[in-house]
Design a protein around this ligand. Structure first.
Ligand code: ASP
Length: 304
């Protein structure tokens, strides 16, 4: 009897990734997919693989998550993350934290060690402290690129709105026990109001996982994604029998039809089939499943 299929797919944001930033985006996603895949091959859980992959992306300043996040209108990082265990349908999510270098790790603590699903702001940071997750100086999460972008914003030197939001990260994994998990981590949309929360930490909207069907993670303009419950659209399409790729494309069609929105989705079904679709210019992504010698990825997938 063959070994069970394991698989992981990660994203590193949609939007129009500038040409010089494409290689680091692809490289970061490939490294995260490999790291998550190694967890799965060592019989680690889907939750463990998703968290491991996302932590690597949070550490990579290329991405708008953890260190390297965009700044709010007040010049601060405000971080959101969420994680769903498709085995139990339990969720852990945090929003509006400033002092946590790995918000996905905190989301996991909420999932596994609290009786709640979503903690915000100061309460979330107090929970982090109580759980032994270090609180860091928020300035240590700000990189020069974002300081400069913020200075340009204050000076009125920035261009199209699409350039204001970048590079949220996420992952969906299938483990050897047939369980799925999905998660996201983001610094949100640049120069947004203090307290703004998008889709990324909201279960069923920015991400969803149900081991009976599949897992999904989304990236794009959170305000639009929230209005259609985007991740659930793709999950429901799979429940109706759609293939992972068709489910991703169908969800994007709904987004466009309903709110003229654009986004990117990564999808994994319970057999390990991958779906990747985006109506934005780019979708940084990578994936690897059993039988592939290494992860493959890039900054453009199947566009519709
Ligand atoms: N969806 C994220 C948000 O609205 C941003 C992104 O995916 O780029 O916070």
């Amino acid at each position: 009897m063959g070994r069970s299929t394991v698989a992981i797919v990660v994203h590193g944001g949609a939007w129009s990734i500038p040409p010089e930033a494409r290689e680091p985006h692809a490289r970061g996603c490939l490294a995260a997919a490999e790291r998550g895949f190694a967890v799965l091959e060592a019989a680690g859980s889907a939750v463990e693989a998703v968290v491991t992959a996302i932590e690597l992306l949070e550490d990579d300043p290329t991405f708008d998550a953890g260190r390297g996040s965009v700044l709010s209108a007040e010049g601060r990082v405000q971080l959101d993350a969420g994680l769903m265990d498709g085995r139990t349908l339990h969720v852990g999510a945090v929003a509006g934290v400033h002092r946590v270098a790995h918000p996905i790790r905190l989301a996991r603590a909420v999932l596994e060690r609290s009786s709640h699903h979503l903690l915000v702001g100061e309460g979330a940071e107090r929970f982090a402290h109580a759980q032994g997750i270090p609180l860091v100086d928020p300035d240590s999460l700000i990189v020069d690129r974002e300081r400069q972008r913020y200075a340009d914003f204050l000076a009125g030197r920035l261009g199209a709105a699409d350039d204001f939001a970048h590079d949220t990260v996420g992952a969906v994994a299938l483990d050897a026990g047939g369980q799925l998990a999905a998660g996201n981590s983001t610094g949100g949309v640049a120069f947004s109001l203090p307290g703004r929360v998008g889709d990324a930490p909201v279960p069923g909207v920015g991400y969803v996982a149900d081991s009976r069907t599949g897992g999904v993670a989304c990236t794009g303009w959170g305000e639009q994604i929230l209005r259609v419950g985007l991740a659930t659209r793709a999950l429901v399409a799979m429940e109706r029998g759609a293939a992972a790729q068709d489910a991703a494309a169908e969800a994007l069609e709904v987004l466009e039809r309903a709110v003229q929105g654009r986004a990117g989705l990564i999808v994994l079904d319970r057999r390990g089939e991958v779906g990747l679709a985006h109506s934005t210019l780019c979708l940084a992504h990578a994936y690897r499943r059993s039988g592939m010698p290494e992860a493959v990825g890039g900054t453009e997938a199947v566009r519709r």
